[in-house]
Write a protein that binds this ligand. Structure first.
Ligand SMILES: NC(=O)c1ccc[n+]([C@@H]2O[C@H](COP(=O)([O-])OP(=O)(O)OC[C@H]3O[C@@H](n4cnc5c(N)ncnc54)[C@H](O)[C@@H]3O)[C@@H](O)[C@H]2O)c1
Length: 382
């Protein structure tokens, strides 16, 4: 059977990466953007990347991959696609108007997907007459390198759409997990405390940036400390995701953003891309030295991990994903050294619970309230 053609709307960072994956997997790809410069940038970027892959022997021919990708300036050219993945700006109105236009152009069997990180799939689906063919297919950045893809059916998505989309993305060698259409899906929900609890410790004066990053990298085994990672992601993106998740959860204190990070955003200190965020990236700047006190380091790791584990249990408890998918999501989507549920069993579930209870009694803040499933599992462990 011939492979379906894949449409991509939005030729930015994510759209270009998704186009590359689809073309490397033998699909004809049509990538559309409203900005001609966007298309040009995508084309030259993909040319560079695929040539490099060919040089390294990772793909047989860059020319073949590029020949499969058409850069188009009219959405109608996506009419023959069996799957269209939208990756335009994160605006519900813009996305809805793309979906309603697309619906009138593609065949009745075509699947329409959004790569949104923070909007509800339900709200985007509402723009079309046949919402059973709409779902979320959420890639991580950089899409060609990150193995995880969250598949997010909404209330109105048909089982067939979900199955077909999952099978296709699996066939591209990605690890897929099914996530419920709730704020942040799995990864962007469970990961919040990695950032927020680290900033909170900084604000409380528990330790400085470099020490918190050192502890989570060296003692926690995370690939990159939270402050370095936030600077890399950019505070415009990272803060906005936190604030959106918090607002969508009706201001649950567990997801509360931090003023410290908001100030960086307001000052335009967005991280690496502006030369300064939590750290300075000026050429003459010396990176600050961490305090390598092992007791302090372990306190930092234990505190962040207790909150992450609590969120992982909450995601399972609230049926956002299965236990297996929640663990897979965090190892394959954000490179955590271990799945959080697995990690909790290694530490001892009751130890994780006690740490949270200690934090709760110290701060009397609902962000530390232990999840009922964590409590149940701690009891069962005993
Ligand atoms: N960057 C990430 O880390 C990341 C990760 C996962 C998901 N996402 C999501 O993917 C989507 C795209 O993000 P990005 O980082 O690639 O953004 P980007 O800014 O790099 O690219 C967006 C592109 O969409 C184009 N565009 C805007 N409106 C359009 C329209 N109406 N029709 C066609 N093209 C239009 C822009 O010209 C631009 O080229 C967003 O929904 C974002 O939340 C981003």
């Amino acid at each position: 059977m011939d492979k379906i053609a894949i449409g991509v709307v939005g030729a930015g960072a994510m759209g270009s990466g998704i186009a590359q994956i689809a073309a490397q997997n033998g699909h004809d790809v049509f990538i559309y953007d409203t900005q001609v410069e966007g298309l040009e940038r995508s084309k030259s970027g993909l040319t560079k990347i695929t040539n490099r892959l060919e040089e390294k022997g990772r793909i047989p021919s860059a020319k073949d991959v590029l020949a499969r990708i058409q850069f188009v300036d009219n959405l109608k050219q996506l009419a023959g696609c069996g799957l269209v993945i939208e990756a335009i700006i994160e605006s519900v109105d813009a996305k809805k108007s793309v979906f309603s236009l697309l619906e009138s152009m593609v065949s009745a069997e075509a699947i329409l997907a959004t790569n949104t990180s923070s909007l509800s799939i339900a709200s985007i689906s509402a723009a079309v007459k046949s919402p059973e063919r709409v779902l979320g297919i959420h890639f991580f950045n950089p899409a060609p390198l990150m193995p995880l893809v969250e598949i997010i059916p909404s209330l109105t998505t048909s089982e067939q759409t979900t199955r077909q989309a999952k099978e296709l993305i699996d066939s591209w060698g990605k690890t897929t997990v099914i996530a419920k259409d709730t704020p942040g899906f799995i990864v962007n929900r469970v990961a919040r405390p990695f950032y927020s609890e680290s900033i909170k410790m900084l604000e409380e004066g528990v330790a400085d940036l470099a020490t918190i990053d050192w502890a989570l990298e060296e003692l926690g085994g995370f690939r990159m400390g939270p402050f370095k990672l936030m600077d890399l992601i950019g505070h415009d993106v990272n803060y906005v995701v936190t604030e959106t998740v918090w607002a969508q959860f009706y201001y649950d204190p567990r997801f509360k953003p931090s003023i410290t990070q908001k100030r960086l955003l307001e000052a335009g200190l967005l991280g690496r891309k502006t030369g300064r965020g939590f750290y300075s990236y000026a050429e003459d700047s010396e990176p600050p030295e961490p305090n390598k006190d092992p007791v302090l380091g372990q306190y930092i790791v234990d505190r962040v991990l207790a909150l992450l584990i609590n969120e992982a249990y909450d995601a399972v408890f609230m049926q956002i994903g299965t236990e297996q998918d929640v663990d897979l999501a965090m190892t394959k989507g954000v490179n955590y050294p271990k799945g959080l549920l697995e990690w909790s069993r290694e530490i001892g579930v009751s130890t994780s619970l006690e740490r949270l209870q200690d934090l709760y009694s110290e701060f009397q803040d609902d962000r530390y309230r232990p999840n009922p499933l964590l409590k149940k599992m701690a009891k069962a462990e005993k």
